[in-house]
Design a protein around this ligand. Sequence first.
Ligand code: S3P
Length: 182
Amino acid sequence: MTYPNIFLIGFMGSGKSHWGKIWSEVVGIPFADLDAEIEKAAGMKIEEIFEKQGEKVFRTLEKEQLRKFEKVNNHLVACGGGTPCFHDNMAWMLGNGLVIYLKATPQYILSRVMDEREKRPLLKRLNASEVLYFIEQKLNEREPFYEKAHQVLDVEQLGHHTLSEPLKQYLARNNTRGHHAS
Ligand code: S3P
C-alpha cells in the first residue's frame, strides 16, 4: 500500500520521536527524524550548528532536509519543534502529506525537557524557573502554526493505535489524488 508521508509536529519534548518510532512500526513504514537528517547532512550535532553557524543556517538546513521528502513517500517523519514555524514549511507539509500535531501543555513539556536541557540549544542557557516561562511564551507564538495540522492529538491520550483513524480518514479523502486505502 502507498502511504503519504506523515509529519509529526509539536513542541520539544512532546514525544514526536517516541511515538514516531512506535507508529512507524505499527503502520509498517520507515521512520525518519528530521534533526538526525540535518546532523547527517551537516556532519555536526544540532547544538554545534547553533553554536558555530547560528539559528538562521540551521533553519535553512532544516528546510532543505524537509524538502527531500517530496521525492519519497511512505515515511513517518518526526520534525523539530520549530519546523512548522519557519519558511513556508507548514504549508509545504500540508500539501505533501498528513500533518499531525502532538499537543502538550507547558507543564507536560517542562517535565520532559528539564533533564535534557544540554541537548537543546534553545533551553541550554536558561535556569529552571526561566524554562517554564520560555515554554509558555514560545508555545503561544507557535500554536497558530501547529494548529493548522490536519489532526491535533492530545499527548496524554496517545497509544499504539492512535494514528490508525486519522490515517484512514486522510487516505479516504485523498484517494482520488493517487493514494490508495486498500
Ligand atoms: C527546536 C527543536 C529541536 C531542534 C532544534 C530546534 C525548536 O527539535 O530541531 O533544537 O526550535 O523547537 P526537537 O523538537 O526534536 O527537540
